[in-house]
Design a protein around this ligand. Sequence first.
Ligand SMILES: [Zn+2]
Length: 407
Amino acid sequence: METRSSVLINGQRIDGDSARFRVEQYDSELRAAKQRFGHALCLCRTPPLKLVIRQRGDLMHLACWPDDAHHHSPNCSFYTEAYSGAKAEGIVVGQDNRTQATYHQPWTVEESRNHQSAPKQDSIKLWALIHHLWESSRLYSWMPGWQRNWTIAHKVLMRAAKSVIINGEPFVDHFYIPPAFSFARKEEIRRSWDLFIAPIQEQHRGNGVRTTGFVLGEVRSIVPAGQGYLLKLKQHGPGFHIGPQMAKNLTHLARRGWIECTQGGGAGNGQGGTSVVALLRIEALQDGALVAADCVLMRTHCLVPANSNADDDLIDRLMNEKREFIRPLSYRQASLDLPAFVLRDTPIGATELHVLGLGMAPHAAFQRIQQLEAQAKINRSSIWIWNRNESPAMPALPPSNKALTCA
Ligand SMILES: [Zn+2]
């Protein structure tokens, strides 16, 4: 999941990240390329994709060809997802590769001021934040040859977090992901947790000034404790208290994740590659106990967001058949009308993969299929539909570009 693309500017091969985010270093090459060729080339695909060379103010910039950003490889610095709810939630990656966002709760609150923490219109929600981290770390996508485990996820999520500024401060300064545990690194891991948690425990609730932070990890268990529940993460000792009201909200808003974690033997135990990822905003009590002030649960399969067993089966099939695909993310709790997955390796453009859930009446399924076909036409995509009411077994996937050339 490293971005490893290269760009050709006037015959000179330049690393993709530099070409996109530190382009001022290549001003003279860009001017020469504009005069000689009219464009630069991105080498992430074969044949290469053209890049526009534009002058903004005194400086030259590189940009994707109009409507071409999603044709770049997910490995490429110029890739932008077409199927994404990011823009609707006001999340835009700036020219400097940074995302600025407002969160309704300041990092530090003076309790005497009786701070109103009701979400503002333009503030980022926890659900949008976890989707943004998944999208900017490319964990929502898959290419043949990639690997995925918690060590990789930790690395790419922390890197993605470094590009996020919340309430004017680097998000990464207030963010903790338990790394994959190893005895050799035990002390180092303990120190980094102590460093993260110290200001939160010092400025606890009822202290007059209280501080908050964010924790993300795979859920190990959620068990009843006191009035509420205790959530424990894999690779991590201390648990987080979930109050009765938040538990009630989670049973509605993150129903699948909550069921998997609380009913045992399910995703919470990581069986068959399925797990539930929690993003928590935490605060501390006077005795040092940690409380979830806000929490979302995201069900995943091989760390790709997945809502159901049918999604899990599709992910397994796509990975086994060495396909290139993405999981579109709504940035909201509901998936809206997004496809379950989008294949990026089909011969003409993208192919949307939709799954119709069990229990749909035939006329409702017919209407839904018509609606999806109309929407795919607008998206200029091909479409593949698995209607589980008619076909319990998954139909064959659309052939990939490679399969066609081999045939
Ligand atoms: Zn590219």
